[in-house]
Design a binder for this molecule. Structure first.
Ligand code: TYD
Length: 130
């Protein structure tokens, strides 16, 4: 789900504040960011059993493919104001990173490799069982 954060702006510039369970629907347990992306790199290729994440291109732009097992959509993140909530059981791929892209990710859980679904066919099977 794509949303716009509220910008607090004045003559000095802009500021966005993000508070757990107010501006995003979960408690933030982890933050990471992806940057220095090499040309034509595509990353992600997984879904999560439990994890929810909010993605923000705080600099530059990138595209996100979202696939819930039934339909696919492509989202352009090209503003620090845009936030993309990705729920569990959504396959995601990130691509078309601009050279200056810094993709900030706010995550609802600590890193847990067991929460990943990295096989697309297994992802489709799990979606059908839901
Ligand atoms: P990976 O999940 O492959 O990144 P992407 O989804 O962007 O393609 O993660 C790359 C490596 O970083 C992998 O070895 C797992 C590790 N990692 C952590 O240790 N902690 C984290 O919070 C994340 C997201 C990844």
């Amino acid at each position: 789900m794509l949303n716009d954060f509220n910008i607090i702006g004045d003559h000095r510039g802009s500021l966005i504040s993000i508070e757990s369970k107010i501006d995003i629907p979960f408690e933030i347990k982890r933050i990471y960011y992806i940057f220095g992306n090499k040309n034509n790199v595509r990353r992600g290729f997984h879904a999560h059993k439990n994890l929810q994440q909010v993605l923000i291109a705080v600099s530059g732009s990138c595209k996100i493919l979202l696939d819930n097992g039934q339909s696919k959509e492509e989202i352009l993140l090209d503003s620090p104001q845009k936030s993309l909530l990705i729920q569990n059981f959504v396959w995601r791929e990130m691509f078309d990173f601009s050279a200056n892209c810094v993709l900030l990710v706010l995550a609802s859980e600590h890193y847990d490799e067991k929460d990943y679904i990295r096989d697309y066919n297994q992802f489709l099977d799990l979606c059908k069982q839901k």
